[in-house]
Design a binder for this molecule. Structure first.
Ligand code: WQD
Length: 340
């Protein structure tokens, strides 16, 4: 039985991926430092799959601890690496934290995988590497732009490190560039648990609807888009999780065409902020209190995926709709705030 390490496996996307890995019969061990997740998520995963993943609380910046982990779990054959700091604004104020955590942990993991005869490595990357792409939809050969934040740069540098390491070792890798992950597992046993005031749109919407936030601020309605608000590709986190299992199986089956492959993971459909708000109201029957405020610095006008390569080469396609995602996010919010 192949044992797969999921770093950041108690986080939003990580926990949903652990569920889908277990559903496919994989034996999963999780590393999480609990800086942006709760240990109880293990129970949420078990409530869905009936199986608690093994869990080790480790800070991946601790090289000795990483080495110790791989000694304890010698049968780990592949890694899905989510663990990283990911707040754009914080990365601008504290770049060294981001380079130490996001790059340091990546290097220590790859050093351990390099000791194995062959290993699979799936890397959590982001559409943020494209910046404001010239044309839509965004395909994998759309040029990568100079990063707009140290966070974004850690994704770009991370990808470059993996490219170099794969060339020189027996490691095979797939880089998954996510668009905007949203929603929660239909069981409402796991979901997004943003710490503090949410930066992302959908958790802010659900927290406003449940009464935790007074009002949603829509950052600008004078963009060059049909309704003036920014357009993004909102992908259900369960669809995104399934893509990670498909990518891992591709490497295990040695079906990859190159040592490192890149896939954009989105629905291929762009939705504006106002469209998301109206879809939420329709999906949940909740009227949302919002106001238009000035633009947020750093926001790109438009970003949605060309899904051709993911659909035709990876063999994965998003199946759930924006409404499904918003309804599941609302159900999770109600569960978390004890109002279900
Ligand atoms: C979406 C839209 C905002 C909040 C983020 C990360 C990026 C990547 C994807 C990890 C934008 C608007 C938001 C609010 C608003 N994540 N908005 N009011 O910025 O597209 O990307 O997720 O790799 O790194 O930055 O997502 O959810 O913050 O914003 O109007 O309170 O919603 O202006 O147009 P974003 P987001």
């Amino acid at each position: 039985m192949k044992k797969i390490l999921v770093t950041g496996g108690l986080g939003f996307i990580g926990s949903h991926t652990v569920v889908e890995l277990q559903n496919e019969g994989f034996d999963v061990v999780v590393i999480d430092d609990l800086s942006n997740a709760e240990a109880g998520v293990v129970d949420g995963i078990a409530a869905i799959t009936g199986k608690k993943p093994e869990f080790e609380k480790i800070d991946l910046r601790d090289k000795a601890a990483v080495q110790q982990f791989f000694k304890k779990y010698p049968d780990v054959s592949g890694v899905i690496h989510f663990a990283a700091s990911k707040a754009v604004g914080e990365s601008v104020e504290n770049p060294l934290l981001y380079y130490e955590n996001n790059i340091g942990s990546l290097v220590y993991l790859l050093q351990e995988l390099n000791k194995k005869p062959e290993a699979q490595f799936i890397f959590s990357s982001s559409c943020t590497v494209y910046g404001q792409a010239e044309k839509m939809p965004i395909s994998e050969d759309t040029p990568v732009q100079p990063a707009m934040s140290p966070y974004g740069n850690t994704k770009q540098v991370g990808e470059e490190i993996i490219q170099d390491v794969a060339k020189a070792t027996s490691i095979n890798a797939i880089l998954l560039r996510y668009f905007n992950p949203v929603g929660a597992h239909e069981s409402a046993n796991i979901g997004e648990l943003p710490l503090g005031v949410p930066q992302n749109l959908v958790p802010f919407i659900t927290q406003t609807a449940i009464g935790m936030r007074e009002q949603l601020s829509v950052f600008g309605d004078d963009y060059n888009t049909p309704d003036g608000t920014c357009i993004r590709d909102y992908i259900h986190v369960v669809d995104l999780a399934k893509a990670h299992v498909t990518a891992l199986q591709r490497l295990i089956n040695k079906a990859n065409a190159e040592k490192v492959e890149v896939f954009n993971l989105g629905t291929g459909k762009g939705s504006s902020v106002l469209e998301v708000i109206h879809a939420f109201e329709k999906a949940t029957g909740q009227k949302l209190n919002y106001k238009i405020v000035p633009k947020r610095p750093g926001d790109v006008t438009e970003a949605y995926a060309d899904t051709t390569k993911a659909n035709n080469v990876l063999g994965w396609k998003a199946e759930l709709s924006l409404e499904d995602a918003l309804a599941s996010a609302w159900k999770w919010e109600q569960k978390v705030r004890g109002k279900e």
